[in-house]
Design a binder for this molecule. Structure first.
Ligand SMILES: [Ca+2]
Length: 520
């Protein structure tokens, strides 16, 4: 088939035309089912992706996905921490139904999108950050970091044992993804989850990018020095402050010579309020505002350098797909398990329902089906991913999945009855950063948050106040909106079968420990 007729056929296929259907040619039909390459990073905020308008870095390879495909602007995590988001992506269900509200072990015996795709004839693979405690199920191939994994010379577990991979985690995940692509069975479509550790804390860059941001001044977000006026207790009580909670380890301060063991760990874990460092060849002791400024720069220099390596490796994989005839029939998705604060409200980390943490970057390329350079403001949630993958594979979506396929949105035909609001619930309280538990609802224009253990509310007008600085919950003029949003909040809570299953008692944090594989 020449290139033009092949392109034409693909365009027709995108419109639902199946040239081989009903002609007794299963292998040809099989080839038509699209491949899915799902690339996910850990804690990558859309504020650090240039096609989302980053003021702090450039990500040319991620931009390439947006330029050749679609940038979705309102895809949200339903519980903004690692393990729950991953469980939701696999099951298409909220935490209260898949049993993973906090950092607890995932029950891999339940149905997952990987199992359903595998049963339907897809070759399935899972590479890199898993962080669900139990061994992966539903994958023909898996090779994962135990727990959080490490940046340098990481150990990976597969079904047969463990192996140390010399090098940098992000490059290794890029290499393994290419290996799987090259060695996969060629008679099946594939579903590959390629999950990076980066840019998760403690933000350890590779040698290539380590000094890339060293001599640049990273612009601060305008609300870095948010004074939290008018907000409820939660943001006052949190311990995820750039100025107060970054440790010596986070800031990559060098320990005194000879320090080791428990003493070293204690030293690295302390949150310094005075730092001696060298600036422009001069030794200086930093305190107060000078130290705060310096902490923000140090945090961002390392975070952004980690992102740069991700961008490089996405580029490598795209180049390989394009050079090997897999561009046309492979859907490439780039996302992150949740968003992240890059100094907004003075914060790092995620957890809160505020925009920077709630929003997942979501870029997708599908030549012939998605108009290049398109964008969508449809409200998506991570429960939608599994139904989307099943739809792409021509498989029915189980009724108990709680999301909907993105495919019509990608094709420029957002269904008229698409959701107008999304429901969020975070449980891990006090958790790692003393973040108060909350649930809430976000519409296109407003966000209502309820800190249920405190019985305190926040309401934001996202149009007038996109940075969520003014809690208008108590304003007389907002009471009609409060009433409407409360009705919607409790309607969604009921519809999604959230019966406060984990409101009072949470499972223990067990996803950090991965069952050790058999020895090789
Ligand atoms: Ca994460």
């Amino acid at each position: 088939m020449d290139a033009i007729s092949r392109r034409r056929l693909l365009a027709l296929a995108a419109l639902g035309y199946q040239p081989f259907a009903g002609h007794g040619a299963p292998s040809s039909v099989e080839r038509k089912r699209p491949n899915i390459l799902f690339i996910m990073t850990d804690d990558h905020a859309s504020q650090a992706i240039s096609c989302y308008g980053s003021k702090v870095n450039q990500t040319p390879n991620l931009d390439r996905l947006a330029n050749e495909g679609m940038r979705m602007d309102r895809v949200f995590a339903t519980n903004s921490i690692c393990t729950p988001s991953r469980a939701t992506i696999l099951t298409g269900k909220y935490s209260h139904l898949n049993g993973v509200p906090v950092f607890n072990q995932f029950d891999g015996s339940q149905p997952t999108v990987a199992k359903l795709l595998q049963q339907s004839g897809y070759y399935t693979a899972m590479i890199g950050k898993w962080h669900l405690g139990s061994n992966p199920t539903g994958f023909d191939y898996w090779n994962i970091f135990p727990g959080q994994g490490v940046y340098n010379n990481p150990v990976l577990y597969d079904k047969d044992g463990s192996e140390t991979y010399p090098g940098y985690a992000t490059d290794i995940i890029g290499d393994l993804t290419l290996d799987v692509l090259k060695n996969r069975p060629k008679d099946k479509p594939f579903f590959i989850m390629s999950h990076h550790k980066a840019p998760h804390r403690d933000w350890t860059p590779d040698e290539k990018h380590r000094r890339m941001f060293e001599n640049r001044h990273i612009p601060e977000p305008e609300n870095l020095r948010d004074d939290y006026a008018g907000r409820t207790d939660a943001i006052h009580e949190q311990q995820q402050s750039v100025f107060k909670d970054l440790t010596r380890q986070d800031l990559k301060l060098r320990p005194p010579a000879g320090m080791a063991g428990a003493e070293l760990r204690r030293w690295l874990g302390e949150k310094p309020m005075e730092v001696e460092t060298e600036i422009g060849g001069v030794r200086r002791t930093l305190t107060g505002k000078a130290l705060e400024d310096w902490k923000y720069q140090r945090y961002m220099q390392d975070y952004l350098a980690c992102v740069q390596s991700v961008d490089d490796n996405v580029g490598r994989v795209l180049d390989w797909l394009d050079a090997n005839g897999l561009k046309e029939n492979t859907i490439v998705i780039y996302t992150s398990d949740q968003g992240f604060f890059l100094g907004e409200h003075g914060l790092f980390d995620k957890r809160f329902m505020y925009e920077e943490s709630l929003r997942m970057p979501f870029l997708v390329r599908w030549p012939g089906a998605i108009r290049p350079g398109s964008t969508s403001e449809a409200i998506g949630i991570n429960c939608d991913f599994a139904p989307t993958f099943l739809d792409l594979a021509g498989q029915p979506v189980p009724k108990d999945m709680q999301g909907r396929s993105f495919v019509p949105i990608w094709k420029g035909k957002t269904p008229k009855d698409w959701r107008h609001a999304m429901y969020y619930r975070y449980y891990h309280d006090p958790g790692d950063h003393n973040t108060r538990a909350h649930y809430g609802v976000r519409t296109a224009t407003h966000k209502l948050i309820y800190f249920w253990k405190k019985d305190q509310w926040e309401l934001y007008d996202l149009v007038a106040d996109p940075h969520e600085m003014h809690n208008i919950y108590g304003d007389a003029s907002a009471q009609k909106t409060v009433a409407v949003l409360k009705r919607e909040l409790y309607r969604l809570k009921k519809e999604l079968k959230d019966e406060d299953q984990f409101a009072d008692v949470q499972p223990s944090d067990s996803s950090y420990v991965q069952a050790p594989p058999k020895k090789r």
